[in-house]
Design a protein around this ligand. Structure first.
Ligand code: GLU
Length: 295
């Protein structure tokens, strides 16, 4: 049995890619008799909207995905997030980072910059007290980063064992708001989540998240990273790709029941099969290309 969750950011309607991930997450939990909870990750107060929470919940329910308990709204959990941030800082696992996005991009591009670009280049990792004081005096507000180091093994039930670098991710943004990589770990533990199922664009985040959990004394979760859904041109699916949400599809005559059948087919399940017939191994290993022909 594995308790699972779906944790969308309420920034718009869910598209078929998000819905497919939600379906797989729901099947992973329900096919084993696990609980399944919903969490709205609304840390970005500018783009998140309560009406999107309502719309996302409605679409999930229409597709037949149900949840245990009330959805958790992440922004109600700031006290718990700050407590965890303070614990990590007190134990010496963090450092202040004054870099702007632009400075990070420049450091990564520099001739002697790090070879592996995706991570933080480490600019503020070794600042002296004096340098930090100068930044504060200049009015620069620091973010707080995890002092990540080395690599960690992520046991992914879909992809197998993957060794990934533990990046120095931001755990508190420079406006004081808890950051995604911290909040996700604290809230998964709070909601008793045991298995995290999500799209594989977040695979590299699993390493710092697993490290944060370990440092906070939180039991590790297992991971299932599912290939993204892409448009026929191979790009990650987005609103530009036409009818991609339940509302868009309904407007062109496609019912939610047809969408659910299509999603079942896309993960190697019989259209009408129940959750007991779900098998992770039947999901194709590559990205799923969504075209109108799928319907
Ligand atoms: N809120 C994230 C998103 O919508 C997902 C976080 C997660 O599943 O860990 O992309």
């Amino acid at each position: 049995m594995a308790n699972g969750r779906f944790a969308p950011s309420p920034t718009g309607d869910l598209h078929v890619g998000n819905l497919r991930t939600a379906l797989i997450a729901w099947l992973c939990a329900r096919s084993t008799g696990g609980h399944f909870v919903l969490r709205f990750e609304d840390l970005d107060r500018v783009t998140s909207r309560p009406e999107h929470q309502i719309g996302q919940l409605r679409d999930l329910l229409v597709l037949g995905l149900d949840f245990d308990g009330e959805p958790l709204v992440q922004s109600t959990r700031f006290d718990a997030h700050h407590e965890a941030i303070d614990a990590l800082a007190t134990a010496g696992h963090t450092y202040e980072c004054f870099c702007t996005r632009r400075e990070i991009a420049e450091a990564v591009r520099a001739p002697n910059g790090p070879m592996e670009s995706p991570g933080y280049p480490g600019t503020c990792r070794t600042l002296t007290d004096h340098q930090r004081a100068d930044h504060h005096a200049a009015g620069r507000r620091p973010a707080l980063r995890l002092r990540g180091h080395g690599t960690t093994i992520v046991n992914d039930l879909f992809r197998g064992r993957v060794e990934l670098p533990v990046d120095d991710v931001v755990i508190r943004r420079n406006d004081g708001v808890p950051a995604y990589n911290l909040a996700v770990v604290v809230d998964d533990a709070y909601q008793n989540v045991e298995e995290v199922v999500r799209a594989d664009d977040l695979l590299s985040s699993a390493a710092p998240q697993a490290r944060i959990a370990e440092l906070l004394g939180i039991s590790p979760v297992s991971y299932v990273h599912i290939p993204l859904v892409v448009s026929p041109s191979g790009e990650r699916l987005s609103k530009r790709d036409g009818a991609v949400t339940l509302a868009d599809l309904r407007a062109v005559g496609v019912t939610p029941a047809q969408v659910r059948k299509m999603l079942n087919r896309s993960i190697g399940m019989n259209e009408r099969a129940g959750s007991e017939h779900f098998d992770l191994v039947a999901i194709p290993p590559g990205p799923w290309v969504f075209t109108a022909a799928e319907l």
